[in-house]
Structure formats: structure tokens, C-alpha cells
Write a protein that binds this ligand. Sequence first.
Ligand code: FEO
Length: 396
Amino acid sequence: MRAIQVSENIWWVGAVDWDLRDFHGYETPRGTTYNAYVVKGEMGVALIDTVKGPFVPELLSRVADVTPLDSITHIVVNHVEPDHNGGLPEVMAAMPQARVVASPSGVRSVAEYHNGLAVDTVKADDVIDLGGRTLTFLPMAMVHWPDSMFTYCAEERVLMPNDAFGQHVASEERFADELGIEDAISELKIYYANILMPVSTAVGKALDRLEEKGWPCDVVAPSHGVIWRAPEFAKAWECYREWSSSALKDKAVVIYSTMWGSTQALAHRVAAGIGEGGVDVEMHDLAVTPVAHVSTDVLESKAVVIGSPTLHHGMLYRTAGYLQYLLGLKPVGRIGGIFGSYGWSKGAEGQVREMLDRIGIEIVVDDFLVKFRPTDEDLAAAEAWGRQIAEAVKAR
Ligand code: FEO
């Protein structure tokens, strides 16, 4: 694949990582892309972002498609996480004449990450004039890291917001309308749930800031996945507004692990009870469902219901692992409940409660525990317990 023209004077020159299956701890079954862009002016040419280290040759080859490497006058580091900044030293070596800029926090982090590497600072509303094309910078702390920054080219009406509006999907298509809007929004949601949910307040502020700026955008070109043209971006914006507001739906997600099938049997009846109670429900067995998908259901759910058997006086390790992951995502305003089967010893419920307390999930029903295999009466009671959760959801 060659460089792809994004607008009159901007080209996508990034890399497609078809093989990535884990992005800092969660599953990426469709891989990802590391997007970078060339902006050409009459007096200068800028490269916006680099790529993960091993993909530098791919990046350089695409840059060379549209401009000689020695024509690059500026490299903009919008974000120092290694998927965008890992290849920076190698790219700088290939473009030694380029001035490298980052946000104030980015400058510090580039030095820390790359053994003292010094780059220049740009602040909010600073402008670099490339001759007929300008770059305006807007640091956006915590979207996704403290150093994160958006870059805007007014003459092209193109915003390059790095991680914001990204999706982890590798594809031949470079634009959301080519991939299909439903697919793009579905991937946007998975990405938001697993990358940006913990910084939703910062995302909301970033959207406010963009509204204040009122920058016209024909194209929004993130650092992962497909690029948004205005009609599709309007939908992505609406989704970001909703997700960043932490507005929750009358929906519950039942997340369980099981040893011999007893907690699984309870989970099915709990979910049935929630559904009978008039609340949408999703259910996931942690042995088979990727955590990224479980968390995507948490994004909009009012209730998070956790089931675990007791093993060695505690919760099953899959439940422990998932709750630790969820702790990092900082979901706010959820209610929940705890259920499970135990044998000769209880213990899981106490550990699950401790984690739900730490996460901030308010437990609104008594624990529902069953010894060994649930009887028909136990299963009926599990269903009734699910209906209790549905009532609590509807009462919020
Ligand atoms: Fe795509 Fe926060 O890195």
C-alpha cells in the first residue's frame, strides 16, 4: 500500500499492523494501524507523528512516496506512547534537518523515554507556518496521556487528534465510509471503552475545547484505524459526547467465571431474571470472552454483576484478573451484585466485594451464594435475584 491522499496537501503515511493481537493488555483481534501524516506547504513539509519502532521502514517508504525525506522540515510528536513515538529516533536520523516539536509535557517525556533526546516545545495555539499551510497545536492532557496533543491544519480543514477518535482495526480501507460506518463506530466503541473510559472527564473537556475553537473539519484523522470524513465524524462525535458524559443505559452485564458449571448455571438464570425484569442484559464467561468485549458492555451498563466460584478460599483467578483490569478503567456510577457457588469453603464473595468497593461499584443486593450444585429451587431463586437487580437498575 502506498501513501494515501487525505486532502489536497495531506497524505496518510502510517503503517498497518495486521498481526497485533494484544495492545497493552487487551485483545486486538483485528490488529491496528499507526497513522502518521505528511502536510506539505510551499516552504516546509511536516510529518505528524511517527510509528511503533519496527514499522519505521514502512513509514519512511510512504513518506518517500510523496516527498523526499530530506524535505521534511518539522516532525510533530502528538503523543509519546511507544506506538507513535517508539520510532522517533530512527525517523529523526532519516530526517536530520527536521525540527521536532511536542507539547511541554511531551518534551519531558521524549527525553525520559529516549535517553535525554531534546525536542522543542509548542504550546496551545502556537502556529507553525509551512507556507500556505499552517499547523496549530492544542495540548489535550490525558487524551490519552499527559503529553497528548491535537494538531490542526486550518487551510486543509483537517484535525489530527492522535488517539482520540481512533480504533484498533487494520484494514485496506483508510476512511470510515469505506470500512462502513457501523463497523467503524463499533470499533470506536471498543477502543473508547478500553483506552479512554478512565479519562472520560478529560475527553469531555477536550470536546468542549474543540467546540470553543469552532475549527471547521472536513476530515478528522486519528492515529489508529480509519479516518473520518465530516458526515461520519458527526456520528463519532455524538458517540464521544455520550460516552464521555458517563450517561448509562438501563442495561446490566453479568460477568462470571466457573469451575464445574454451577456458577455458570446461576449466571444464566440471573441473566434471565434481569431480562424478565425489563432490563437489557449481556452475559460473559471470562474463560471465553475477550476482556475488551466485556468492558465494552460495561461502558454503557448501569449494573455490573459478578459471579465467581470459590477456589482455595478466594475468587477464581479469571475474576480477579478481570476486576483488576476493570479497576483501571474507572467506571463511575455503577451498581452491582455478587453471586457464585462454593464447596467446602466460602471466600470468593469477600474478595469480589473488596474489589467492587475499590472500583466504586455500589452493591445493591445481598450476595447470592449456593453450596455445590444449584437445585431447581436455587435456580428459581437466582432468577428472582436477577429480577431484584433489574428493579434496582430501573430505580436509578
Ligand atoms: Fe495510541 Fe496512547 O497511544
